[in-house]
Design a protein around this ligand. Structure first.
Ligand SMILES: [Fe+2]
Length: 390
């Protein structure tokens, strides 16, 4: 090969290598195909990209230094081909599979920015969180973070989306170690907790204890409604595990919906009705059962669900927005194509939602355990507006 051409290609390889190594600290997570290596973690992605970058740098230096040696340059090109194939699996395939997730994460902002969007307005704020019942060590710091948010911008209540208690152990131990201890920063600050029962509370034998325990404010009911913000908002806490073929709950829900005078109606239920087919996937049976009540003039503005361990916001479907927020603990590492109506999805990252009610709007922001706002939607009455990424 022409030595000059070899040097030019060598410089090009060096630049690619330096660029790859420079982006390593900014790799947040990597959905997709690292299953080839049997590993999924963020660290694996960083190591892989780092190795590819370093290899390109070494190969580039070889091409520059030994540009007159035919044998070395030939072997160098073989090396580039091997590294390129590794790079294809490590970079191109996961990026193509879900490039949108990675792109959207760059829109994040600082935690202190959360209320600035409507800083001049009086807001009622609510925490929405689900599926924390796994005794994760990282749950405590996330609760401390939410507690510090509350100090600056008070949170009126926590809406719990179920599976907050999931181990097969006595209720007193489960509630103490899985909920009261990790949620201490919120409990100590006097933030009331409202639980929508999950399948684990029920099947692990904690339902009766939960509905009777004052910490969850269920007052003995498996499904119930609470009104907030001087009557502006009603949240219906459904027992989604036992809703299909349970006409009493459906009848109650229909009556309560008809009676409420709240401007905003939100359902908090454990099972997700709409979304990508990850974990347990969307629950079409439950959706068709509830569908006639959710939509229409007297319907529901927002359905909040857990169960599936990731975050996903759907485009409005017949005027109702569906959000999955089951990423309170141990987020999933599975992936699958997005649902056709997915507006934003985030997997492999732990987090929670802050729902803010102001005059004429209901705003929901998705926040990671690191305090980064990754997604948001603002619902405006009488003129539904989706303002994702603002
Ligand atoms: Fe669940």
């Amino acid at each position: 090969m022409n030595p000059l051409l070899s040097k030019i290609i060598g410089i090009f390889c060096c630049l690619i290598g330096i660029l790859a190594m420079a982006i390593v600290p900014h790799v947040l997570y990597w959905p997709g195909s690292l299953w080839l290596l049997g590993i999924y973690t963020d660290q694996a992605a960083k190591v892989t990209i780092g190795i590819v970058g370093l290899s390109f740098l070494i190969l580039g230096l070889q091409l520059i230094i030994f540009s007159k040696s035919r044998v070395i340059t030939r072997n160098s090109f073989r090396g580039i081909a091997v590294v390129g194939i590794i790079g294809l699996f490590a970079v191109v395939i996961p990026t193509a599979a879900n490039s949108r997730i990675i792109a959207n994460l760059t829109n994040g902002s600082e935690i202190k920015d959360i209320p600035l969007k409507y800083a001049g307005n009086k807001e009622h704020r609510f925490l929405v969180i689900g599926d924390t019942g796994h005794r994760s060590e990282r749950l405590g710091p996330m609760m401390e973070l939410i507690g510090s948010m509350h100090d600056d911008h008070p949170i009126e209540a926590a809406i719990l989306l179920g599976d907050m208690l999931d181990a097969d152990e006595p209720f007193d131990e489960a509630v103490q170690f899985q909920f009261i201890e990790p949620f201490k920063p919120l409990i100590d600050r006097g933030i009331p907790q409202f639980l929508a029962l999950g399948n684990h509370e029920i099947y692990d034998g904690h339902a009766e204890g939960a509905i009777a325990h004052p910490i969850f404010n269920m007052e003995g009911n498996t499904y119930y409604a609470r009104t907030f913000a001087d009557g502006e908002l009603t949240v219906f806490f459904l027992d989604s595990t036992r809703i299909v073929d349970h006409p009493a709950q459906l009848l109650w829900f229909r009556q309560k919906l008809a009676q409420t005078t709240s401007k905003w109606k939100v359902v908090a239920m454990h099972h997700g009705l709409m979304g990508s087919d990850i974990n347990h996937g969307p629950d079409e049976r439950r959706y068709h059962f509830l569908e006639p009540l959710l939509h229409g003039e007297n319907g529901v503005d927002l359905v909040l669900s857990g169960h599936n361990h990731f975050y996903e916001r759907m485009n409005p479907i017949k005027g109702t927005v569906f959000i999955t927020s089951g990423h309170g603990s141990n987020p999933t590492h599975q992936t699958a194509p997005e649902h056709p109506e997915t507006a934003f999805r985030m997997i492999q990252t732990r987090g929670f939602l802050i729902m803010s009610l102001g005059e004429g709007y209901l705003d929901i922001q998705s926040i990671t355990e690191d305090g980064e706002v990754v997604d948001g939607v603002t619902l405006v009455k009488d003129n539904l507006r989706v303002a994702a990424g603002e």
